[in-house]
Design a protein around this ligand. Structure first.
Ligand code: GLU
Length: 447
């Protein structure tokens, strides 16, 4: 049970947003953290900040008609939730996946507000996407879908209004088609209106790697705060998209041994450390399945069909696939196997029950809104480069990313300490992220 004022607001959120469990879960986690500052800040209650924060500023839902390769008309649903613009233009990715619905987009948008605030950069929170599944679709089909999606979305976007990017199912190919259609419809080369662009046309070095790099750096920082590091540690990574691939790369650079990767068909374990070039070839270039990795890698690597990647003993867990992929049972197994830290590369991959297990065992747990903020932070760096018509080197951009991740880690720890919950990164991230947004909202009056 939450404290009575928070509970009353939470009940109202439940009533107004029925059938959106992931959104409820994300809101509840933030409210639980805010109990730590509830009595210190009556002004937040006086200004109804929480209820205002839980109501998106604008929600756009639209029909996306397109024609498949057989000439059949297909209909998908498009979403953009422009959640909160207290700190800057709405900023957050687009997800193309069959599981996308308004509740999923709202949970992601809600998380994005605090994540973006934590980066310290001037970006508000938003998220969007569609129930379109790019898997098994030809490039032509993906292009026609993206063009149709942008035909509606473009009127809501702008470099000072709303700046989408990628997420699950939206990578360089999709951003290319989306940007091309935006440019054509508006007759403007407005580079800063989308991030995650190709390097030849306004993209930033390190953007592709940033989320995964950041999550690995965050794990390293959490361990360093306890006198240890990633160096020499076995790391279990889930997923095999952008986040997982580059978390694997950074773990190896930090001296760790990334031993797993997964997709919806199962997972691979490679005792010699995942061969990044091979995994990239299969997943990024060929868009293949994970079992091919074990077949091509040979001895030392094996494929496990279905099952849970968290059964693999590891010192560090880096969930990098999707929401609620790591449950109570998985958390218990990880703890039993001696896990030392968990860093969320995906958005909300650990269930609340799993997080409770880590907390009870006093194992440092980096929540996604802190640990995976490197992606959106580098998107903000891409916007900076676009605004100044500049392109930074890989080294400079990576250095900025590293500083930002270290800064987020430090801010979470300091804030947790300040509010009497030392070592609790969830409370630290939520309170630090929330305060900036809430104070800006108060400054703006009732709008
Ligand atoms: N989709 C990413 C996230 O969850 C990145 C968003 C962005 O770069 O705008 O933070």
């Amino acid at each position: 049970m939450l404290d009575s004022t928070l509970q009353a607001t939470y009940d109202q959120v439940l009533r107004r947003n029925p059938g959106e469990p992931e959104f409820h879960q994300a809101v509840r986690e933030v409210f639980e953290s805010l109990e730590a500052i509830q009595n210190l800040h009556p002004e937040y209650q006086d200004h109804s900040i929480l209820m205002r924060l839980c109501e998106p500023e604008r929600q756009i839902i639209f029909r996306v008609p397109w024609v498949d390769d057989q000439g059949t008309v297909q209909i998908n649903r498009g979403y953009r939730v422009e959640y909160n613009s207290a700190l800057g233009p709405y900023k957050g990715g687009l997800r193309f996946h069959p599981s996308v619905n308004v509740g999923i987009v709202k949970f992601l948008g809600f998380e994005q507000i605090f994540k973006n605030s934590l980066t310290g950069l001037p970006i508000g929170g938003g998220k969007g996407g569609s129930d379109f599944d790019p898997h098994g679709r030809s490039d032509g089909e993906v292009m026609r879908f993206c063009q149709s999606f942008m035909t509606e979305l473009h009127r809501h976007m702008g470099e000072y209004t709303d700046v989408p990017a990628g997420d699950i199912g939206v990578g360089a190919r999709e951003i290319g088609y989306l940007f091309g259609q935006y440019k054509r419809l508006t007759n403007r080369y407005e580079a800063g209106v989308l991030t995650g662009k190709g390097l030849d046309w306004g993209g930033s070095l390190v953007r592709k790697e940033a989320t995964g790099y950041g999550a690995a750096i965050f794990a390293d920082e959490m361990l360093k705060a306890r006198g240890s590091s990633v160096d020499g540690r076995r790391v279990a990574v889930s997923g095999s998209g952008n986040v997982a691939l580059y978390a694997i790369e950074k773990v190896a650079q930090l001296g760790g041994i990334p031993v797993t990767a997964s997709d919806s068909s199962g997972y691979v374990v490679d005792e010699n450390g995942i061969d990044l070039a091979l995994l990239q070839q299969i997943k990024e270039v060929e868009r293949g399945r994970i079992h091919e990795y074990a077949e091509r890698r040979g001895s030392g690597a094996r494929f496990v069909k279905g099952g849970s990647v968290w059964d693999v003993p590891a010192d560090i867990a880096l969930p990098g696939a999707t929401q609620n992929e790591l449950d109570l049972e998985a958390a218990r197994t990880l703890v039993k196997n001696g896990v030392l830290a968990i860093s969320e590369g995906a958005n909300m991959p650990c269930t609340p029950e799993a997080v409770s297990v880590f907390r009870a065992a006093d194992i440092p747990f980096g929540p996604g809104k802190a640990a995976n903020a490197g992606g959106v932070a580098t998107s903000a760096l891409e916007m900076q480069q676009n605004a100044s018509r500049d392109a930074w080197s890989f080294e400079h951009t990576e250095q900025r990313l590293t500083e930002i991740m270290k800064g987020i880690h430090a801010r979470c720890l300091e804030t947790a300490e300040e509010v009497g919950r030392p070592g609790d990164y969830v409370v630290g991230a939520n309170v630090a992220g929330f305060r900036k947004v809430a104070d800006a909202m108060i400054a703006f009056g009732v709008i």
